[in-house]
Design a protein. Structure first.
Length: 323
C-alpha cells in the first residue's frame, strides 16, 4: 500500500507539474532575451513596431530582457550588412523589416535580399494612409484629388523613405487608381517616418504617405487628419479609399529576421514566442492602439509569402517605371 500510495503521490505531483507547466507557457518561453535591431531612425514604423512587440513580450513575461538599437542608413542596407558581417555575435538579435526589404533589393539599393538572412516570422500588417495636418486646407480625399488633377507638381507628398520606395509606391498606386498618372506624383523623401511627419507639421509638404499605425493615435487626438486608408473597409472611423471609389489596396507586412545561419531550433523558438504573444492581453492592447492587423507567417510560410510578394512588386514597379 505504501508503494501504491507513493506512486499515487508521484502521479499527482507529475500532473500538478504538467498543469503548472501549461500555465507557465502562457507567460514564459525558452527565449530569455531579444535585442531588436531597427534599420531606421526613431519615430518610424520599424521603430514603433519593434518597440511595441518588445514591450508586449516583456510585459507578458514571454521574454525576460529586451533591448533596442537604431541603425539607419543605406535604406536599411546598413543594418542588413551589419547582421551578416557580425552574424556570430547576433544569436539573440532580431532585425525588424517590412516590404521595403523586397523593394530596395529589387532596386539594387543594397546587394542583399531577404534570402541572405534567417527568416523568423511576419508579425503584423499595416495599411497605407494619406495624411494631412490638422489645419490643412485639404479636408477630404476629394480636396486632395482635385488639387492633384489641377496641378500635380503643386501637391508635395512626403514619405519616410527614398523615391521608388514603399511610401512612394503606395501614393502612386492611390492616384493611379483614381485615374491619375502615377509618375506625376511629386514625392519628397525623408530619412525615417518621424522626419517626414515633422515635414508635414512644419508645412514643408502638403500630404504624408505612411502607415496607419504611425499616425492613428495622433489622428484620434485631432493632431492630424487621415484622408484615407488602403484597406478594404474603414478602420477606427478612417474611410478606406475603396469606400471612396478608389480601388487601391495595400498591406505592408512587418516581421523579424535573424542573422544568417541561425540554428533552426533558435529560429523556431523565436517564431513560437510570436505565436504565443498573440494570445496575450498586452499584445492586444499594443495592436489595437496602433491599428495593426495580425499577420503570423513563420519560417517556411514567411519565405513563400515573400517570394510571392517579390514577384508582384517587381511587376508593379516595372509597370510604373520604378525599375
Amino acid at each position: 500500500m505504501k508503494i501504491q500510495f507513493s506512486k499515487i503521490c508521484k502521479n499527482v505531483a507529475l500532473a500538478s507539474c504538467l498543469v503548472a507547466g501549461m500555465a507557465v507557457t502562457s507567460v514564459a518561453s525558452s527565449v530569455e532575451k531579444i535585442h531588436f535591431l531597427i534599420p531606421g531612425g526613431a519615430g518610424g514604423g520599424w521603430d514603433g513596431t519593434a518597440r511595441g512587440v518588445g514591450d508586449a513580450l516583456k510585459k507578458s513575461n514571454l521574454v525576460g530582457e529586451t533591448s533596442y538599437e537604431n541603425m539607419s542608413g543605406g535604406g536599411g542596407g546598413t543594418a542588413i550588412a551589419y547582421m551578416i558581417e557580425t552574424a556570430r555575435k547576433q544569436e539573440n538579435t532580431l532585425m525588424i523589416n517590412s516590404t521595403p526589404i523586397v523593394i530596395r533589393s529589387l532596386q539594387g539599393v543594397f546587394p542583399q535580399s531577404f534570402r541572405d538572412l534567417s527568416l523568423v516570422s511576419a508579425v503584423v500588417a499595416d495599411y497605407g494612409v494619406l495624411v494631412v495636418a490638422a489645419d490643412s486646407k485639404y479636408k477630404t480625399w476629394a480636396d486632395v484629388k482635385a488639387s492633384f488633377e489641377k496641378d500635380p507638381t503643386a501637391l508635395k507628398i512626403a514619405g519616410g523613405s527614398s523615391r521608388g520606395s514603399m511610401d512612394h509606391l503606395v501614393a502612386a498606386q492611390i492616384f493611379k487608381a483614381a485615374g491619375g498618372n502615377p509618375t506625376n506624383v511629386r514625392y519628397v523623401p525623408y530619412d525615417a517616418g518621424g522626419k517626414a511627419l515633422a515635414g508635414l507639421l512644419t508645412g514643408e509638404v502638403d500630404v504624408l504617405s505612411t502607415g496607419l499605425g504611425e499616425v492613428l493615435e495622433k489622428h484620434k487626438k485631432g493632431e492630424l487628419r487621415i484622408i484615407g486608408v488602403t484597406s478594404d473597409e474603414a478602420i477606427d472611423g478612417v474611410p478606406s479609399f475603396k469606400e471612396m471609389g478608389v480601388d487601391a489596396y495595400f498591406a505592408n507586412w512587418r516581421g523579424f529576421f535573424g542573422a544568417p545561419n541561425l540554428p533552426e531550433e533558435k529560429i523556431n523558438a523565436f517564431a513560437k514566442v510570436f505565436a504565443d504573444m498573440y494570445k496575450t492581453k498586452e499584445w492586444e492592447e499594443v495592436r489595437a492602439r496602433n491599428g495593426w492587423s495580425n499577420l503570423y507567417k513563420p519560417t517556411a510560410a514567411f519565405k513563400t509569402f515573400l517570394e510571392k510578394q517579390e514577384e508582384g512588386i517587381s511587376s508593379l514597379m516595372k509597370e510604373m517605371g520604378f525599375l
